[in-house]
Each structure stands twice: as structure tokens, then as C-alpha cells.
Design a protein around this ligand. Structure first.
Ligand SMILES: [Zn+2]
Length: 391
């Protein structure tokens, strides 16, 4: 509520759904508290503390005294401060790029016990335990071709052996892989539907899927196009999350139709949603016209991490009433000076800096969006938007 401005975000309560888009300036990281208190993290930023050169030169938030993974863990511990058990039940990794799982550099910290570097996801359990990790290709990491994931692999092996970590491969089409763990019977109107991974997309019938790419004919999706996407539903409320999915060829030539158009395929499987985490940080090659017009989001959150997030044409698509009717509110976690100077109409965004929290009310009929100050760890509310009625 407006009375919350300047105060810390009020605590989550049983029956609410919280979606925290955590701004570290270093990648995607979204933390969920599901209605019965089950917790889920999607992606974890890169691991570095100091800014990279342009165009990836955003400052680490709140400051560069810690690596991004530690800042994320501390944010999660604050969000769970009233929970008797502070744990991440599920961590989903949308794909294997460094700004989502972590990136090893010469100055990466090392684990206190295991023989691996602390970066992104591998740093989180130093502070808050993870029960299950779900990624796109466990256990072989060979699609569409073998991938070098040595540090990630060593991290998983150590956590499996010493901390009881469970690792699973994301199962497109299923709606029971991420299940409520505390009190599922009270929330039969909650579901996470797995939509796509590695270009295998849900058909909308049962758990059936189909392949977009044909490896036998040399069709290889790239790492972004292999991203995991899911639709979260709570009562009338729906939220789409799709990592760094894109539709490059469709953006360049809107009339083209190719097997690489992972975005429209995922959106067709999903159907309209209330809220969207923009794909690929709002980059030029993602959130294509067809994707947006299928999802028709009322709220869009852009988790930016570089210059050009959101890209000027991508932002015009997001605000264009010719793609879908009705109002829409756009929230951006971070905007660099050069993006401010080049992405027109950014004054139409509701927020251009801060953590962005979607809080869905008990039952899922209404929700609000909170922008939080990301300069320190007080979680002070700097803007409250809504209430919105879920569609
Ligand atoms: Zn990314």
C-alpha cells in the first residue's frame, strides 16, 4: 500500500505468493515464496564483484564488497527471516550462461570445503541450503553438443555427496516437478507447468511434447534458445518465466517462420498471463511481437544486466497497443546512462532501478508490484503499484 513507502517491505504471510526480482546488476535472479511457504530460486547472476567493461559494466548492487551470489543469499535470508527453516527448496537454472549460473574468474572465491569456485549458484549454499536443483540437461550436459561445465559439475557432486542435494533434469510438459511441499492440499489452485527446454515444447495435451529442432538435420538451438520456460498459476494469476529465450530471426524478419522461433512456441503453450519476466533481459532479439501478443501481460519485469537492456525496439514493442490491447506497466531493475540516452520513452516505465517484487494476495485474485531500494539491505519500499485484478 502507499503507506508502505519508505518502510521495509511487509513480511510474506501464508497464502501469499511473492516473486522477488533481485537486482544485483549481474544477471537474472528471481526468488519465489509460494503460497504454502515452499521456496524457489530461478537463476543466480554471475559471481563477480567488480564491474566488467562496457557494455556489461553495470555496478554490483548494493556495492562491490561481496560477490553477487552472496548478495542474493543475504536477500533470501532476509525474505525468510520469520521462517523456522531457511532453505531454498527448488533452484531452477534456466540455461548455462554465466549471468545465470555463475562464471569462474581468476579472482573467484573458493568453497570453504568442496574443491570448486564460488560463483553464482555455487555460492548460494554457503549461506542458505538448496534442496533440489533442476537444470535443462542433467546428468550428461550433451545437448545439443557437449558443454564444458567443470566447476558446476564439481559443485553439484560435492553438494550431492555432502549436503544431500538432489538434481533433476527439467521435464517439459509436466506440472508436478515443482510441487508445493508444506501444505499442497490447501492450494489446489497452484501449479507450475513446465513449458519448454532444449526446444522440446509442451503441446497443451497431458504431458505431451514436440521437438522444434531436428538434430539429425543439423538443427541446433543455441544456449539461449535451449532455455527453460514455465508458467506459474495461482488462482486467476499467471506468470511466465523463460530465461533467455529469443526469436532472433522473427525480430529481424517478422514474416519468417523457423524452427528457431522458441519464443512464440513457448507463448503458444502458455497462453495469456498477468505478469511476464521479459526474456533475455529485454535484449533486441527477444520479446518479439508475436510472443508479446500471445502473452498479453499486464505487468512486465525487465531484469537488465548490461547496456541496451531494454533495447529501444524491444521497449517500443512492450508499450505498443497495436500488439495487444489495454494498459500494461513495465518495471526495469537497472538502466545504464547509455540505455537511458538511447531507449526512447523510458519515462513510460514505472520503475528503472531497484528490486521488483510481485506480491499476489491470498487466493490469487489480486496482486501488487513493489519497487525496493537496492542501495542497501533495508528492503525499503520506493514505489507501490496496483492493486491489479488477475485475469
Ligand atoms: Zn542472460
Amino acid at each position: 500500500m502507499v503507506g508502505d513507502i519508505g518502510k521495509p517491505l511487509p513480511s510474506w504471510e501464508e497464502g501469499m505468493l511473492d516473486i522477488h526480482h533481485i537486482n544485483t546488476g549481474r544477471g537474472d535472479s528471481v526468488f519465489f515464496i509460494l503460497p504454502d511457504g515452499t521456496t524457489m530460486l530461478v537463476d543466480a547472476s554471475d559471481g563477480q564483484a567488480n564491474p566488467l567493461p562496457a557494455p556489461f559494466g553495470m555496478p554490483t548492487k548494493p556495492n562491490n564488497s561481496r560477490q553477487a551470489g552472496e548478495w542474493i543469499a543475504r536477500y533470501i535470508l532476509r525474505a525468510l527471516q520469520h521462517f523456522p527453516e531457511k532453505k531454498i527448496d527448488y533452484a531452477i537454472l534456466s540455461h548455462f550462461h554465466g549471468d545465470h549460473i555463475g562464471k569462474v574468474t581468476a579472482d573467484s572465491k573458493r568453497a570453504a570445503q568442496g574443491d570448486y569456485a564460488l560463483t553464482g549458484i555455487s555460492e548460494i549454499p554457503e549461506y542458505v541450503p538448496i534442496g533440489m536443483i533442476i537444470d535443462r540437461n542433467w546428468p550428461d550436459y550433451n545437448y545439443p553438443a557437449p558443454i564444458e561445465l567443470d566447476n558446476y559439475r564439481q559443485f553439484l557432486n560435492w553438494q550431492i555427496a555432502h549436503r544431500g542435494l538432489v538434481v533433476e533434469q527439467f521435464k517439459p510438459g509436466h506440472n508436478d516437478q515443482v510441487a508445493l511441499l508444506r501444505n499442497p492440499a490447501a492450494y489446489a489452485n497452484f501449479e507450475i507447468r513446465n513449458l519448454i527446454a532444449n526446444g522440446r515444447v509442451w503441446t497443451g495435451k497431458g504431458t505431451d511434447t514436440r521437438e522444434l529442432a531436428d538434430l539429425k538435420h543439423g538443427q541446433r538451438l543455441d544456449e539461449n534458445q535451449c532455455s527453460i520456460a514455465f508458467r506459474l498459476t495461482y488462482g486467476k494469476f499467471d506468470y511466465f518465466s523463460g530465461g533467455d529465450l529469443d526469436a532472433k530471426s522473427r525480430v529481424l524478419m517478422p514474416s519468417s517462420r523457423t524452427w528457431q522461433d522458441v519464443e512464440p512456441a513457448a507463448a503458444m503453450a502458455s497462453g495469456p498471463v498477468d505478469a511476464l519476466k521479459a526474456n533475455h533481459h529485454g535484449s533486441w532479439d527477444a520479446n518479439c511481437a508475436e510472443f508479446l501478443s500471445l502473452l498479453q501481460p499486464r505487468v512486465i519485469v525487465v531484469t537488465s544486466r548490461a547496456d541496451g537492456h531494454p533495447a529501444t525496439n524491444t521497449f517500443q514493442r512492450m508499450i505498443s497497443k497495436s500488439l495487444w490491447p489495454g494498459p500494461r506497466d513495465i518495471f526495469i531493475t537497472n538502466v545504464t546512462p547509455s540505455t537511458h540516452a538511447t531507449t526512447y520513452n523510458l519515462d513510460k516505465a514505472k520503475c528503472t532501478q531497484g528490486h521488483v517484487v510481485i506480491r499476489v494476495d491470498v487466493g490469487g485474485a489480486t496482486y501488487r508490484v513493489y519497487a525496493l531500494d537496492d542501495n542497501d539491505e533495508e528492503n525499503r519500499v520506493i514505489g507501490v503499484f496496483g492493486p491489479y485484478a488477475a485475469k
